[in-house]
Design a protein around this ligand. Structure first.
Ligand SMILES: [Zn+2]
Ligand SMILES: [Zn+2]
Length: 211
């Protein structure tokens, strides 16, 4: 499975490019279209209705308002300022108070990744370049970028994405190349599901796991 690139704006559009409520788009309005908005949490208000403010890749701030069923819950503890919210198939909406944002009616449409938006983009870039699937089946060492056969390499036991040709390269990846921090994000089931989602062919709703 190819890995998705967060920089690809058809799949990961900024807020301004998302489908508008009641609008039409030749791509996003199609049946089974999927797109994901990524935004860093600026504030979170766990009151009557959950609301959070996020900032997208263009620096645009928007409201995310949750209108969940009584049986459908999100975990407020996940909504930490500075972490990144992913929202599947969000639509641009203007609220009655004049603010703009997104309305979320099902908790499985959102996931929070424990890292800033900037660092999430960095992790995604590294995954595409270091963990992308190759036609020849070889794996790239995260430490020295040499290619090798799977059987000759070690794999990160937590995320299973990164490969290493030696203990030295593993230590380099972990300490110098930041995998110690990145792995906490990459090992998450929701992160992998998003990175591996077949945006063009996935049938029906894509659902994040509830964390
Ligand atoms: Zn190496
Ligand atoms: Zn890892």
């Amino acid at each position: 499975m190819a890995k998705n690139d967060f920089a690809y704006e058809v799949d990961f559009p900024p807020y301004d490019e998302c489908l508008a409520e009641g609008g039409f788009d030749s791509h996003y309005s199609m049946e089974n279209a999927h797109w994901c908005l990524l935004g860093e949490i600026v504030s979170f208000e766990p009151f009557m209705r959950f609301r959070t403010i996020i900032r997208d890749k263009n620096g645009e701030k928007l409201v995310v308002a949750f209108y969940l069923d009584r049986d459908d819950n999100i975990n407020p503890a996940n909504f930490k300022v500075g972490h990144t919210l992913a929202i599947m198939n969000p639509q641009q909406r203007f609220f009655l108070d004049g603010t703009k944002g997104v309305r979320v009616e099902e908790s499985h449409r959102v996931a929070v990744f424990p890292t800033s938006l900037k660092s999430l983009f960095g992790i995604g870039k590294s995954i595409v370049s270091d963990c992308g699937d190759r036609d020849d089946g070889k794996k790239m060492c995260h430490g020295c970028k040499k290619l090798g056969d799977t059987k000759d390499m070690m794999r990160c036991g937590a995320c299973h994405y990164y490969y290493y040709c030696s203990k030295e390269c593993q230590a380099k990846g972990w300490n110098e190349l930041g995998h110690k921090q990145a792995c906490k994000v990459v090992e998450r089931a929701n992160f992998k599901a998003l990175v591996e989602l077949d945006f063009d062919n996935h049938q029906g709703d894509f659902k994040f796991a509830v964390e």
